[in-house]
Design a protein around this ligand. Structure first.
Ligand SMILES: [Mg+2]
Length: 272
């Protein structure tokens, strides 16, 4: 049995994007060729992101503009996972969403019963669930309403746990995890996070595609999200060293990825 047998046996590949396939607008060498060739190799793929500020359709547009093949079924965001999670675990529940308009429309498309409008206004006095996203359109009213509902017993669900969203030029944006920390401080309620590294992301995709977790491979550049989600879900993991993780960080890690490769170009060579 070759050392790559487990990798070659995978039927579905989940790709992180930034730091894995491209950085900003710079597409990595061999990344598009790999994605174009995967169907020929009998493999399915999904672009997977924790970013809950944008909808799935926004990623289709961006990936196509960069030259990647992408259909609707190839994109999965933490916002979409949240919609599926709500339908499975809180069917028919009334939901207050503190998130972007894009996330709002995404949850609407899953039939989630939202009590507020796109801007966070609501007349409701109690709700079953508060959902928090990476809200780049945050206003104080949303924080005040979310805090109000949480203190009255609403379940707290958050799309993704990231503290910050990395930006070019060593800048960061406060992400969903940081907004949740504010709400936890004011309400005493901690959220259940849906995005990576929570195994829900992989479990939901496994149910959607009918492919068991052990035949799913997560490919990414972050140990604590992209690799951890695979480890938590019993899936296969490939760390690429083209993003924020270097070999020294891998050596220091307690839980090692199944495979460590310089970039997705080498992954293509192995699968061919
Ligand atoms: Mg990344």
């Amino acid at each position: 049995m070759s050392e790559y047998t487990k990798l070659r046996n995978c039927e579905l590949f989940l790709f992180d994007m930034d730091g894995t396939l491209y950085l900003g607008d710079e597409v990595y060498d061999g990344a598009i060729a790999l994605m174009e060739d995967l169907p020929n190799l009998g493999k399915r793929y999904i672009y997977l992101t924790n970013n809950s500020s944008r909808a799935g359709v926004d990623y289709i547009t961006r990936l196509r503009r960069l030259g990647f093949p992408c259909e609707a079924e190839n994109v999965f965001t933490s916002g979409m996972a949240t919609g599926q999670y709500l339908n499975q675990n809180h069917p028919g529940a009334s939901v207050y969403l503190a998130g972007t308009r894009a996330f709002y429309r995404e949850l609407q498309s899953y039939g989630v019963r939202l009590v507020n409008d796109e801007n966070g206004h609501t007349e409701a006095d109690t709700v079953d669930v508060v959902v928090q996203g990476f809200d780049t359109e945050l206003v104080y009213e949303k924080l005040e309403r979310a805090c109000h509902f949480l203190r009255r017993g609403a379940v707290f669900i958050a799309a993704n746990p990231d503290w910050v969203c990395p930006m070019p030029g060593d800048e960061v944006l406060p992400d969903c995890g940081s907004i949740c920390a504010l709400l936890t401080a004011s309400s005493g309620v901690k959220p259940n996070y849906i995005g990576k590294p929570n195994r829900s992301m992989v479990d939901v995709i496994s149910r959607m595609t009918g492919i068991p977790n052990e035949k799913i491979c997560a490919v990414g550049d972050r140990l604590y999200t992209d690799i951890a989600v695979a480890q938590n879900a019993g899936a296969v993991s490939v760390l690429v060293l083209s993003g924020e993780t270097d070999q020294a960080m891998v050596d220091a890690a307690e839980r090692k990825p199944d495979y460590v490769l310089p970039s997705v170009k080498e992954l293509h060579s192995i699968l061919k």
